[in-house]
Design a protein around this ligand. Structure first.
Ligand SMILES: [Zn+2]
Length: 298
């Protein structure tokens, strides 16, 4: 007789977590750089988050560590934050003592994700090996996105991962390159299935236009390559968008910083795995204090 797993309710269960997007500042940016060249005419504020993962048993895991104001090229990113968005303040207000954190996951080594890593003095940092190598000696324009002095002294505590990695019960690191060479996403088991913290594989819900078409059209309509709003009823616009959506991996729009093809494949992979999508920098997340409880998108 073949082996029969016992699927009686309650017998097999995986630890569940909740996720809090912690707002820690804003970048004033050209949204054409962050979703699709079609939105190149749109400038607006983009939130910078850290994420706090909390287990049923009170365990706390940190994902990424925001930016230090003076380490970000201001003429490109336009960083700004009010005093209550200072990282130590945000951690305190959310009941996080940095010295008691044992696990920090780094999606990638850009400066808006590494600024306050040093606060977690007792933590192991989980990062892809490919990311470390490329961030230390970046390629071309990638160099504006990093500030190695923020993390180079912490490398002895880096736990280097190669590809997909099961971190612990209910938490997986998912290799998702393209935005950077060794970018990773984080899969988290919740009461509503698997939530995926996309990191910067997708900055916005609109980056997964197949799943969130309304969010995509809202952004591209405000953009317009020529710096004026896009008329979505214009037959030529409709024809071009239909072509884009009909293309290979059509409907996925990533911030194509290093490798556009890799981003498309990473987005397709993560989209298939996710019950709940958590992009890296979407203003919609500012209204969701706790996930999945406050998640209201389909
Ligand atoms: Zn980022």
């Amino acid at each position: 007789m073949p082996y029969q797993p016992n699927l009686q309710e309650g017998v097999i269960s995986v630890k569940e977590y909740r996720i809090k997007p912690l707002l820690t500042g804003w970048f004033h940016m050209n949204w054409g750089l962050i979703m699709s060249p079609i939105a190149a005419g749109y400038f607006a504020d983009l939130p910078v988050f850290m994420f706090l993962i909390e287990g049923e048993d009170g365990e706390q895991i940190i994902v990424d560590a925001s930016y230090q104001h003076d380490h970000v090229p201001k003429f490109i990113f336009g960083p700004h934050r009010t005093p209550e968005l200072e990282v130590p303040e945000v951690l305190k207000n959310n009941g996080v003592d940095p010295l008691s954190i044992e696990t920090v996951i780094i999606t990638h080594l850009h400066h808006d994700h590494t600024g306050y890593l040093y606060l977690f003095e007792n933590a192991d940092y989980y990062v892809q090996e490919e990311e470390l190598i490329n961030a230390y000696f970046p390629m071309g324009y990638q160099a504006v996105g990093g500030y190695p002095d923020e993390w180079i002294d912490l490398v002895p505590r880096f736990r280097l991962v190669n590809g997909d990695f099961h971190l612990k019960e209910g938490i997986d690191l998912i290799f998702a390159p393209g935005h950077t060479a060794g970018h990773q996403a984080v899969g988290v088991n919740t009461s509503r299935g698997r939530a995926i913290i996309f990191g910067d594989a997708a900055y916005l819900y609109g980056g997964l236009a197949k799943r969130f078409p309304q969010q995509f059209y809202e952004v591209v309509a405000k953009g317009g390559v020529a710096g004026k709003e896009l008329d979505l009823d214009d037959p030529e616009v409709q024809e071009v968008l239909a072509r884009v959506f009909g293309a290979r991996y059509g409907g996925y729009f990533g911030p194509s910083i290093l490798n556009p093809g890799e981003i498309m494949r990473s987005l397709a992979k993560l989209d298939l795995m996710a019950d709940i999508v958590i992009p890296g920098h979407d203003p919609l997340l500012t209204r969701m204090e706790v996930l999945p409880d406050d998640y209201d998108l389909e």
